[in-house]
Design a protein around this ligand. Structure first.
Ligand code: KIV
Ligand code: ZN
Length: 512
């Protein structure tokens, strides 16, 4: 391994997904994992297998289907957890078992109710046991930044002695500040005698808004793996943001002299995908991937950038893959042209999925003169992450206005059968949702509704994301159309289908 390579360990699917409001179903997790592999992350932490049957299934499927990167599964420091992780990971090309136990006084006393010596023994035993299943074992000392320094060094030394190949120093509660954290890493690097036998990793939470700064300071002090998430999602205030870490290391190569294996031009697309599958939009001023990250509004800035981009631009939008809304195809474009364009955007679709995407593309091109990359990305992703369609929209008619009672008539297909009903509501969207509820017989509680234009202009494709609770189960639905009522209805039907799918999987013993 090269000393100036920083390994990127992505925990979007574990620490990111476990945050409230960020859950993903199994197809979405696989789509994200495949994109993470394309992005070039070194490790994908796919979940916490013992946490639920759904988590187990997700780690297993990611291990089976995603190639070219290490797949990790999290487990506590006990044999049952480790066996479950090993079982989920066993089909992987390269598997890592990531085991952890808390080492701070407060966690040991109040959470674990264990003595420090017992914690140390449990950590060593867990690493040894995990090594029976794989040579790639990571140990995390949870709440390391509030752990007694001498004890932390003893733990690091002992787990390396037991066979840990990566030792992670998490700032679990986002408590530390850069100078202090850098010192902590430096002490470990200098004081632990066998530290050269493992990679020191860091995992920072953003409670004080310092996760990225802390991670970068740790890297300066010798850490060579950074754990992070796309868009910085994660528990509470989130984790260190992958795109910020990677672009800081790249942009300030003069200072760090380090590299990562990330294909930076895949960053934007990964960020958009995670945002779409979680239904959580990226704030416009978010560094690297926000809508305004490369927009120069002030006249004086615009003038400078036009004369020489380097006046105000420290990196280019192209370097992180921000698309320039290129016009791609029109209504006369054929399947072959679409396939080629999708391939250049990184989509390798089987014939059946391509047919579906092509049908939708033709329908869109009929309504919209110009079809952009962003439009076909949305269509392709919708197809790739599609759950079985219990219901499909066949027909929708709504009336609305300032002096009429909004009404909707909806016809849905379920296989060969058709079901139709009408309802009223506060507006055409609510009326349609009421009509769908009458058809399915499962009323949904709308928890959130968001709409955005995928590209610019009046005929832009509108994308609607809804969060709906059916019978206590919350699901996210997405739909797109140039007609926002149709997009809203499609999003709701997508949520219904996800609910039906989730229920069925629960009945079969997998809950994702
Ligand atoms: O924040 C944390 O400490 C964690 C560990 C399990 C690595 O997520
Ligand atoms: Zn964490």
């Amino acid at each position: 391994m090269s000393d100036n390579r920083v390994y990127i360990f992505d925990t979007t699917l574990r620490d990111g997904e476990q945050a409230p409001g960020f859950s993903m179903n199994i197809e979405e997790k696989i789509a994200v994992a495949k994109q993470l592999a394309r992005l070039g992350v070194d490790v994908i932490e796919a979940g916490f297998p013992i946490a639920s049957p759904g988590d187990f299934e997700a780690v297993k499927r990611v291990a089976q289907e995603v190639r070219g990167t290490v797949i990790a599964g999290l487990c506590r420091a006990n044999e049952k957890d480790i066996e479950r992780a090993a079982e989920a990971l066993k089909y992987g090309e390269r598997a890592r078992i990531h085991t952890f136990i808390a080492t701070s006084e407060i966690h040991m006393r109040y959470k674990l109710q264990m003595d420090p010596e017992d914690v140390l023994q449990a950590a060593v035993a867990a690493v040894r046991f995990a090594r029976n299943f794989t040579d790639d074992v990571e140990f995390s000392a949870e709440d390391a930044t509030r752990t007694d320094m001498d004890f932390l060094c003893r733990v690091v030394e002992a787990v390396i002695g037991a066979g840990a190949t990566v030792v992670n120093i998490p700032d679990t509660v986002g408590y530390t500040i850069p100078e202090e954290f850098g010192e902590r890493i430096a002490i470990i690097m200098n004081r632990v005698p066998n530290v050269d036998k493992a990679i020191i990793s860091v995992h920072c939470h953003d409670d004080l808004g310092l996760a990225v700064a802390n991670s970068l300071t740790a890297v300066k002090a010798g850490a060579r793996q950074v754990e992070c998430t796309v868009n910085g999602i994660g528990e509470r205030a989130g984790n260190a943001s992958m795109e910020e870490i990677v672009m800081a290391i790249r942009t300030r190569n003069d200072l760090f002299g380090l590299t990562t294996g990330i294909q930076t031009q895949e960053i934007y697309r990964t960020s958009q995908l995670v945002s779409r599958v979680t239904g959580v939009y990226v704030q416009p001023n978010k560094a690297i991937v926000g809508k305004n990250a490369f927009a120069h509004e002030a006249g004086i800035h615009q003038h400078g950038v036009l004369s020489n981009p380097l006046t105000y631009e420290i990196m280019t939008p192209e370097s992180v893959g921000v698309p320039s809304s290129r016009l791609v195809l029109g209504k006369h474009s054929g399947r072959h042209a679409l396939k080629e364009r999708l391939a250049s955007l990184g989509f390798d679709l089987d014939d059946e999925t391509l047919n579906q995407v092509f049908g939708k593309f033709k329908a869109l091109a009929d309504k919209k003169k110009e079809v952009f990359d962003e439009d076909i990305i949305i269509i392709a992703e919708e197809e790739l992450m599609a759950v079985p369609r219990a219901f499909e929209l066949d027909y929708i008619h709504t009336t609305a206005g300032n002096k009429v009672l909004p009404t909707a008539t909806v016809r849905l297909k379920r296989g060969e059968e058709s079901f139709q009903d009408s309802a009223i509501g506060d507006g055409p969207v609510e009326a349609s949702y009421n009509a769908i509820d009458r058809i399915t017989g499962v009323p949904g509680k709308l928890l959130s509704y968001q709409i955005r234009a995928v590209t610019h202009g009046r005929e832009a494709l509108g994308e609607v994301t809804v969060k709906v609770k059916f019978n206590g189960i919350t699901v996210l639905g997405r739909g797109s159309s140039t007609d926002i009522i149709e997009a809203s209805v499609k999003a709701y039907i997508n949520a219904v289908n996800k609910y039906v799918y989730k229920k069925k999987r629960e009945e079969q013993g997998a809950d994702s």
